[in-house]
Design a protein around this ligand. Structure first.
Ligand SMILES: C[S@@+](CC[C@H](N)C(=O)[O-])C[C@H]1O[C@@H](n2cnc3c(N)ncnc32)[C@H](O)[C@@H]1O
Length: 197
C-alpha cells in the first residue's frame, strides 16, 4: 500500500536542519550572498556529498563554482585522493572558492579551478573519465552541459542538474532512457539526478 500524502513527509526545514553547515560552509554561503550569487541549499549539499561518497568519486566536474559552497560538499564526499575540476568564468568567484577549499583543509592539488565558460572548457576534458558531473552554471547552457556530461561520465557515473524544475530538460533526460536512469527530486533547488547507462 502506498503511504498517504503527508504521512511521512520531510519538510524543507527538516531537511535543511538535518544538513549541518560548519563555519567554512557558512563562510562560503555568506560570500555568495555578498556577491548576489545563489548556492545550493544545505540539504542539496548533503545530497551531493552522499552521491560523491556512494560513487567512490575520484574525478568530479562542477559547472558553476560560485564561491565554493557546493564544491566543498562534493570534496567532503569524494575519495581522499580525488580531484574536483570546477569551471567558472568569473575570476573573483574562483579566488574565493580556492580560499574556501584551502580553509576547509583541502590541499591545492585536490581542486582544479578552471577559468572559462563551460561550453568552451568541457570539450577539452577526457571522455568517460569522470565519476560525477554537477551542472549549476549558466541556465541557458544546461541542456548542452548535460549532453557533454553524457560523453564525460564513465558508465554508472552520476549526473546532477540544479534548476531542473523548469523547462523540458528533466523530461528530455528521462525520455533518453538509453543514456540515463533519472529521478527528479522534490527539492527547493530543482534537483535532477541521473546515472549514465
Ligand atoms: C548559481 S552559481 C553556482 C553556485 C555553486 N554551484 C554553489 O552552489 O555554491 C552560478 C555560477 O555559474 C557561473 N557561470 C556563469 N556562466 C557560466 C558558464 N557559461 N559556464 C560556467 N559557469 C558559469 C557564475 O559565475 C556563477 O559563479
Amino acid at each position: 500500500m502506498i503511504r498517504q500524502f503527508g504521512q511521512s513527509i520531510v519538510s524543507g526545514q527538516q531537511a535543511e536542519s538535518f544538513a549541518t553547515e560548519d563555519l567554512v560552509l557558512q563562510t562560503a554561503r555568506g560570500l555568495a550572498g555578498e556577491l548576489g550569487l545563489t548556492t545550493v541549499s544545505a540539504a542539496t549539499g548533503a545530497l551531493l556529498r552522499v552521491l560523491a561518497a556512494a560513487s567512490g568519486a575520484k574525478s568530479v566536474i562542477e559547472i558553476g563554482t560560485g564561491t565554493g559552497y557546493s564544491g566543498l560538499w562534493l570534496l567532503r564526499g569524494m575519495r581522499p585522493e580525488g580531484v574536483l575540476t570546477t569551471i567558472d568564468p568569473d575570476a573573483e568567484h574562483q579566488r574565493m572558492a580556492r580560499r574556501i577549499f584551502l580553509e576547509a583543509g583541502f590541499a591545492s592539488g585536490r581542486s582544479r579551478v578552471i577559468a572559462g565558460r563551460a561550453l568552451e572548457v568541457l570539450p577539452r576534458l577526457s571522455d568517460g573519465a569522470y565519476d560525477l558531473v554537477l551542472v549549476d552554471g549558466e541556465p541557458t547552457e544546461r541542456a548542452a552541459c548535460v549532453a557533454a556530461a553524457a560523453r564525460l561520465l564513465r558508465p554508472s557515473g552520476t549526473l546532477v542538474v540544479i534548476g531542473a524544475g523548469r523547462g523540458t530538460l528533466a523530461e528530455d533526460v528521462r525520455a533518453d532512457d538509453r543514456t540515463w536512469t533519472a529521478a527528479l527530486l522534490p527539492s527547493i533547488d530543482g534537483v535532477l539526478t541521473a546515472v549514465r547507462r
